[in-house]
Design a protein around this ligand. Structure first.
Ligand code: HEM
Length: 240
C-alpha cells in the first residue's frame, strides 16, 4: 500500500520485494556462517561461550519463548561475537543520492583531524564503502582488521587501545539513517539463538582437522556480508 501510494508500479514493487528477500536471507546466513566459524575454530572461545550460554539457559526452555530473563543479551560475549563477525566480514556500501547541494564538514575537535569540507553537488551519488570504514585503524584501533570477540562486550565496548572511544557511527554493516536495515534486530537475535543451540548441544569439527577458509569474492550485489572462498566439510556430533 505504501509503495503504491508513492506511485510505484506492481512490477517495481515485486522487484523490490524479491530483492529484499534475497538480501535478508543471504546476509543472515553468511553472517551466521562467520560467527559459527570464529566460535568453533577457537577452542578457548568455544569453552568460554559454552559457559556463558549454559549458565544463562540452564533449565530454561530457550526455544519456546517462555519469556524468562536471560541476562542482557546486548552486552554478552555471544552478542559481541555475532556483531564482530558481521563487522569484520562486511563488504558492500551505503549509497545515497544528493537531492540538493549539500556541504559536509568534519565536526571533530581532535587535532589529529584537519577541518575539512566537502560539497556534494545535487544529483550526485555518494558511495560509502563499509569494508574500508570497518578496516580503519583510526576508527577502530590497531586491531581493526582482526577478529576480536570481546570488541562489543560491555567492559570493552567502544574503547580503543589508546583509551579513546570508537565513534558510535563507525559500525555501518546495517547502513545508517532513515534507511538503516529494519531487519537488523531480527538478524542479530536469530543468529544468536542458532549459535546458542549449537554450542550447547553440538560439536563441530572440520573433516580435514583444520579450520582453513579465506574470504571469497562479494560478487553478488545482494550480499553485504562477504562469503567464504569455499566450503568446509565438517563432522557434527551431539554432545549428549
Ligand atoms: C546480517 C544480516 C543483514 C545485513 C548485514 C543487512 C544489511 C543491510 C544494509 C546494509 C541495508 C542498507 C541500509 C542503508 O542503505 O542504509 C539493508 C537494508 C534493508 N534490509 Fe537488511 N540486512 C540484514 C538482514 C535483514 C533482514 C533479516 C531483513 C528482513 C527480515 C532485512 C531487511 C531489509 C530491508 C527491508 C532494507 C531496506 C531498508 C530501506 O531501504 O529503507 N535485512 N540491510
Amino acid at each position: 500500500m505504501l509503495a503504491r501510494g508513492h506511485g510505484m508500479s506492481i512490477d517495481d514493487i515485486a522487484a523490490l520485494e524479491i530483492g529484499t528477500l534475497f538480501a535478508a536471507l543471504s546476509n543472515s546466513i553468511l553472517a551466521a556462517f562467520w560467527a559459527i566459524y570464529h566460535v568453533y575454530s577457537s577452542a578457548n572461545l568455544l569453552g568460554e561461550l559454552r559457559q556463558e550460554v549454559c549458565s544463562q539457559t540452564k533449565g530454561k526452555k530457550i526455544l519456546q519463548g517462555d519469556g524468562e530473563e536471560k541476562g542482557d543479551s546486548r552486552t554478552s560475549l555471544l552478542a559481541s561475537i555475532v556483531k564482530e563477525s558481521i563487522r569484520l566480514h562486511t563488504g558492500g556500501a551505503t549509497t545515497r543520492y544528493a537531492t540538493r547541494d549539500t556541504t559536509l564538514s568534519s565536526l571533530s575537535s581532535s587535532s589529529a583531524y584537519q577541518h575539512r569540507e566537502y560539497l556534494l553537488k545535487r544529483g550526485s551519488f555518494v558511495v560509502i564503502p563499509t569494508e574500508t570504514l570497518h578496516a580503519s585503524t583510526s576508527l577502530w584501533g590497531l586491531s581493526a582488521e582482526q577478529f576480536d570477540p570481546y570488541r562489543f562486550c560491555k567492559h570493552t565496548n567502544g574503547i580503543k587501545e589508546d583509551g579513546t572511544r570508537v565513534s558510535g557511527t563507525a559500525f555501518r554493516a546495517f547502513g545508517a539513517g532513515a534507511n538503516i536495515c529494519p531487519g537488523r534486530f531480527l538478524a542479530l537475535g536469530g543468529i544468536e539463538r542458532v549459535i546458542e543451540v549449537l554450542v550447547r548441544d553440538w560439536e563441530i569439527k572440520p573433516v580435514s582437522e583444520r579450520w582453513t577458509v579465506g574470504r571469497g569474492l562479494a560478487d553478488d550485489v545482494s550480499d553485504t556480508v562477504i562469503p567464504p572462498d569455499g566450503d568446509i566439510e565438517v563432522w557434527i556430533t551431539s554432545r549428549h
